[in-house]
Design a protein around this ligand. Sequence first.
Ligand code: PLP
Length: 395
Amino acid sequence: MLYTMERKVSKEFGLHAAGADGKMRILFLTVSAMPRPIVAQIHLAAMQHNLARAKACAPGAQAWGVVKANAYGHGLERGMRGFAAADGLALIEPDNAVRLRELGWTKPILLLEGWFDGADLLAMAEHGIQGAVHCIEQVELLERTPLARPIDVHLKMNTGMNRLGFAPAAFAAAHARLRAIAHVGSITLMTHFANADELHHPCITLAEQVRRFNAATAGLPGPRSLCNSAGVLHMPELGALLATDWIRPGIMLYGGTPGGKSAEEFGLRPTMTLTSELIGVQEIAAGDYVGYGSRFQASQAMRIGVVACGYADGYPRHAPVDTPVLVDGVRTRIVGRVSMDMLTVDLTDVPQARVGSQVVLWGEGLPIDEVAAAAGTIGYELMCALAPRVRVVEA
Ligand SMILES: *Cc1c(COP(=O)(O)O)cnc(C)c1O
């Protein structure tokens, strides 16, 4: 059978087919409009691989797969499937914690900032969700909110990051107060590192944070939870210093580096590849300018590719000239300002490129960390900022 597609004025499509009698028939009248060519491919096998890498760094420890912020932009449900082998999933958003239960996750769930109000506590008890407790106000709320079932808590110490957590001197008292609450189950002891990516940090070192933690938890029972990705990646070399019951890797599971070495050197694989296409090509002359604000001026005649990707897709607007990009597999660079729906690239080294050529913004073949560094940010931010209008597919 021979099919032809016919575009109607209304932007609807009619699929015409010639039947056995030779007559043309319209098989259906409407096909929904096509999305723009920008696509984020999520690599579930790479997510599994990276989780295995994290576990291999911490033999004997259990691993929370951190899926906050929509699984770092990958989609909560995909995070759940990609990290099915994790011992638990950890996140920040109480509504998404409940959503994980609805999606069928039966292993532990941890809220990394704990509860924000009494309703969260009721939901946590109902769905068996654990939570960090980092301030006295949370303890007080827990004391006056009777729960039908006890919840497991993770008492957080501020060992030098000075963001969340009890001061070391207040830790034992907070622990005793939690112990006295009938609807508290287990109490895990937890802290968070400020500079785990840089072992010899001049301000506060990982070793110093561990020393403070150990000193203030000596004699307290309960499992320990210490390492984010940067800590996990140091576990093989630091051994006993970081010995722990639970690890909390996030960015490494998504193939990003928390700092120090590159993701590839750490044996991590990219989990998100953002691709698009050239939707236009301009031949410009020496002296011509490109884009808003005319921020780029050609020093010689050149070809400019226009890519269907802009800051409304999550690409960083501050990415300067020379930020790397792949066109037809060839590494080239951004020129001109990133606009809402488009960005422009130098096609000098890609003479064969034309409308429809494939463009990789980050992911396989172009580490997200390199793009982030060029734009003055980190891979975390790029992943999390992936915009809802970008089509996401699993690859
Ligand atoms: C986000 C988060 C993590 C994971 O951090 P990464 O740097 O992405 O590995 C671990 N622990 C806590 C408390 C967090 O909030």
